[in-house]
Design a protein around this ligand. Structure first.
Ligand code: BT5
Length: 326
């Protein structure tokens, strides 16, 4: 794409001006065509200074999602090898599942700037306004179905690590895989399996993070927060997406190498409410006890008056002792 070729040329000369004539010679297009593409790039949020005598200089890339900026930020081997970026999708998970059914490769990623019908677990809704990171990764890992279910745990760890590395911000994991800051949810994960009767063809990891928008964009009923709310400034969504892919790729490789104990201890180190009294709701049933940890399969372990009990994700809800969602 001509636009991307122009960007490559400008980026190869940081803080320098590249003349329109030089760009036109190298890319074999007219200077008018270059000028037109520069206008489009400016509309996409690139800051490009044009000087009649010196040419063009790339000052700043956009913080909003952009294919070129994202690819430049990527440091992974397989994750993000192919990226589909759309302005709006119903749900990136639905799209990624379709891609996987049609043979989409390991590491293919689907991202949308907004979702009209984002999905949470158990048919719940996921609010997905512009400014968030809504992305789904297609994985065909070298794992059994039982081990593949640990991927959502691994994804939580990857998100915590990316936040720590990029913003020196420590968020916590609320079992099974909510990411929280000061008790409010900032991100969620939706892991889905694509396959038929007993055979896993692919796994879809859907990651939703509230990033560059004020908390007011979300329903007031939710106990939610956004990165903008916490940091007080907007961040580069491309860098965040690339950072998450980097940490996720590392976690997937660890799992393929069967480093389950390492994953469990990494998860526990980042968990909230460990050692605290919690209540587990299973339909009408309530069970109270101390949150002791997770089993190797990711089930929650509760120390109760009747001994240790384990609960798997999907069937229960967790509350703090006083009834607050912790
Ligand atoms: C989740 O479900 O937390 C999984 C969310 C996964 C979203 C990503 S976005 C990219 C990909 N494509 C999709 O369509 N989905 C994935 P769960 O644990 O069931 O939590 C859902 C609940 O969180 C809802 O019932 C609300 O109470 C709350 N919620 C909804 N939107 C929220 C938001 N933006 N921030 C915080 N909480 C939210």
């Amino acid at each position: 794409m001509l636009r991307h070729d122009i960007l490559h040329l400008l980026a190869a000369h940081p803080e320098k001006y590249v003349s329109g004539e030089r760009i036109s010679q190298q890319l074999k297009v007219t200077r008018a065509a270059i000028w037109k593409q520069i206008q489009v790039l400016k509309e996409e949020g690139f800051e490009i200074e044009g000087q009649t005598r010196n040419g063009y200089c790339l000052l700043k890339t956009p913080f909003s999602l952009n294919e070129w900026v994202l690819k430049k930020a990527l440091t992974t081997i397989s994750l993000g090898s192919k990226i589909t970026l759309e302005d709006e999708l119903e749900s990136t998970n639905v799209w990624a599942k379709e891609l996987a059914r049609q043979g989409g490769a390991h590491g293919q990623v689907v991202i949308a700037r907004s979702q009209s019908s984002g999905k949470g677990r158990l048919q719940r809704q996921w609010e997905s306004p512009r400014g968030g990171l809504w992305m789904s990764v297609v994985l065909r890992p070298n794992l059994s179905l039982a081990d593949a279910s640990k991927l959502t745990l691994a994804t939580s760890v990857a998100i915590v690590d990316a936040f720590e590395e990029l913003y020196s911000l420590r968020i916590g994991i609320k079992w099974p895989n909510d990411l929280v800051f000061d008790g409010s949810k900032i991100a969620g994960i939706l892991g889905e399996v694509v396959g038929e009767w007993n055979t896993v063809q692919a796994l879809i990891l859907g990651i939703g993070i509230n990033v560059n928008f004020p908390r007011e964009r979300l329903s007031p009923l939710l106990k939610a927060t956004t990165l903008l709310e916490i940091l007080g400034y907007e961040v580069d969504l491309n860098v965040l997406a690339a950072g998450i892919m980097k940490h996720l790729e590392k976690q997937v490789i660890c799992l393929e190498n069967k480093a389950f104990e390492e994953l469990r201890s990494n998860w526990l180190e980042r968990a909230v409410s460990l050692g605290e009294e919690v209540r587990i709701l299973r339909g009408e049933q309530v069970c109270q006890g101390v949150f002791k940890g997770i089993s190797i399969d990711g089930a929650l372990l509760l120390e109760t008056d009747d001994g240790e009990k384990s609960f798997s994700a999907g069937e229960v809800q967790v509350r703090s002792k006083i009834g607050e969602y912790f």
